[in-house]
Design a protein around this ligand. Structure first.
Ligand SMILES: Cc1cc2nc3c(=O)[nH]c(=O)nc-3n(C[C@H](O)[C@H](O)[C@H](O)COP(=O)(O)OP(=O)(O)OC[C@H]3O[C@@H](n4cnc5c(N)ncnc54)[C@H](O)[C@@H]3O)c2cc1C
Length: 276
């Protein structure tokens, strides 16, 4: 279908984007457009104004900063996947980005768009949740706030973002010395995950496990983490993978199927993370 009519402005700066958003309640940012445009074509989204930030080059970077790795919100999935800094300092992020969609999607879609869209079937939010990442949000009058991934992903397509705020940066801790795994199960290559699992283990820090597409937002597998902290082995702990989840049923699989799948994937992800 053809989208409903809209106005379009290419922002020259983040400040201008915020100003344009502040002046119009029905305005929306467009970055890669790979989630927003399909919604507009289905008329599930009808923004009156699109504020295009896709050419703000100063929002596309990966760099070490203050003991963390800072990723600009406009960094394309392809550049996240191929970042040498991420491959060395937080390899789970680079690897998960390499599994998103197909090359065409990865060359246009952005890490910021993936977070701001807050789709529980997306891969990167789960990884950021497992890592305890922080997201930097800019607002009117120069305001800036940092939000943990646990607070940012509030619900189905509900990020912690006001209509006149811009997500500018994602900050991930270095995972040097920690084992990691991101497993994504899908029926066809390049599909979204039916279920995904991010796991980190080792280096004196308790294991972290998070789940993709097992509820209305990315979820920590709290039962698994509790069992591991109590000394359970990965196979025993993985039996608690679906505790506190509410997986969807759709044409790809029932909720019951996803519950069982999550247990298998959590066990495999823990085994891989612990052996790395
Ligand atoms: C065929 C196909 C396959 C895909 N497969 C996968 C997959 O396997 N795994 C996966 O995780 N994703 C997948 N995606 C989604 C893809 O990763 C998108 O790139 C991503 O979800 C959105 O990024 P974007 O830059 O395109 O955002 P856009 O579509 O431009 O924007 C998405 C939303 O975020 C808002 N937004 C964007 N940037 C910002 C910002 N900086 N600050 C505030 N708000 C912002 C927009 O207003 C909009 O509401 C797929 C998409 C397609 C089309």
């Amino acid at each position: 279908m053809i989208p409903a009519p809209f106005d379009y402005v290419r922002a020259e700066s983040v400040d201008q984007a915020i100003e344009l958003l502040s002046g119009n309640d029905d305005a929306k940012i467009i970055a890669g457009g790979h989630s927003l445009l399909p919604l507009m074509r289905l008329r599930l989204a009808r923004p009156a104004l699109l504020v295009d930030i896709s050419r703000l080059a100063d929002l596309a970077y990966v760099r070490e900063d203050d003991g963390q790795v800072a990723i600009g919100a406009l960094t394309r999935h392809h550049d996240v996947a191929n970042s040498e800094a991420l491959q060395e300092l937080a390899p789970i992020v680079a690897y998960a980005a390499s599994l998103i969609g197909d090359p065409a999607v990865r060359h246009v879609g952005t890490i910021g768009g993936s977070c701001a869209h807050a789709d529980p079937a997306s891969d990167m939010p789960t990884v950021l949740l497992a890592l305890g990442a922080e997201l930097v949000v800019l607002g009117p009058k120069g305001t800036s706030r940092r939000v943990t991934a646990a607070d940012f992903f509030k619900g189905l397509f509900q990020p912690d973002l006001a209509s006149n705020e811009v997500l500018s940066e994602i900050r991930v801790p270095k995972t040097t010395g920690r084992g990691w795994s991101y497993l994504k199960f899908h029926r066809r290559a390049q599909d979204w995950a039916m279920v995904g699992v991010a796991a980190l283990a080792g280096n004196g820090i308790g294991p972290a496990v998070a789940l993709t597409n097992m509820g209305e937002r990315p979820l920590r597998a709290a039962g698994v983490e509790e069992a591991l902290a109590g000394g359970a082995d990965p196979a025993t702990a993985a039996e608690r993978a679906d505790e506190g989840t509410s997986p969807p049923s759709d044409t790809f699989g029932s909720a019951e199927y996803r519950r069982e799948l999550s247990k298998v994937l959590v066990r495999r992800a823990l085994e891989e993370a612990m052996s790395r």
